[in-house]
Ligand binder design. Structure first.
Ligand code: ATP
Length: 198
């Protein structure tokens, strides 16, 4: 059984994924895959160097994220070009991993954590989607605290994403992570039962 997991920035996706893994789920993490395709030796990094030049590399051949960020965040066309290189490879890798996990053990829950699942139009990849929800104010407070951001900086990051209420409306399952961790754990246990996994 495969479920897509998403939410807003700092809503608790990693926290809930870890709780599900501790109960026995397997995890495909889109952020990890996104980093892997930019490692030395990967064809996606090679294509990015071809597109943007070797100045995006550090002397040791690894990606210089700051340099790449400088190029793409002031040029929407460059950002689009980078996404065109990375997104198909990331999508392919996600599909391959989740399908092979399902083949290995069809009864096991496979969680696919994709922060920008809705924004990237990946809804159709999943029969069911779990949204990790906190109200906007909690999201902003946790983001400010974790990343040491000002209110304005945190609001700008939220603004770049689909609103969390809209995501909540699209969910098949909702975990409300606005309370204590124990309350989130309880909801994860209820979901586990509901999915017939106990
Ligand atoms: P990102 O969008 O960066 O991937 P995320 O959605 O995976 O973040 P987490 O990293 O799980 O979110 O949590 C965001 C922050 O909120 C972290 O600092 C985490 O420790 C804190 N946090 C998560 N859940 C709770 C909770 N129930 N109570 C208090 N703090 C929490």
């Amino acid at each position: 059984m495969i479920i897509g997991l998403t939410g807003g920035i700092a809503s608790g996706k990693s926290t809930v994924s870890a709780l599900l893994v501790s109960k026995g789920a397997r995890l495909v993490d889109a952020d990890v895959i996104a980093r892997e395709v930019m490692l030395p030796g990967h064809e996606v990094l090679a294509a990015a160097v071809k597109q943007f030049g070797s100045e995006i590399l550090s002397p040791d051949g690894t990606l210089n994220r700051g340099k790449l960020g400088d190029i793409v965040f002031q040029d929407p066309a460059a950002l689009q070009a980078l996404n065109n290189l990375t997104h198909p490879a990331i999508r392919r890798e996600i599909k391959e991993r989740m399908n092979s996990m399902e083949e290995e053990d069809p009864k096991k829950l496979i969680i696919v954590d994709i922060p920008l699942l809705f924004e990237s139009g990946l809804e159709n990849m999943f029969r069911e989607i779990l949204v990790v929800y906190v109200p906007r104010e909690v999201q902003i407070a946790r983001l400010m605290e974790r990343n040491g951001l000002s209110l304005e900086q945190a609001e700008a990051r939220l603004h770049a994403q689909m609103d969390i209420e809209a995501k909540r409306n699209k969910a098949d399952y909702i975990i409300d992570n606005s309370g204590e961790l124990a309350h989130t754990e309880q909801q994860v246990a209820v979901l586990w039962d509901r999915l017939g996994l106990s």
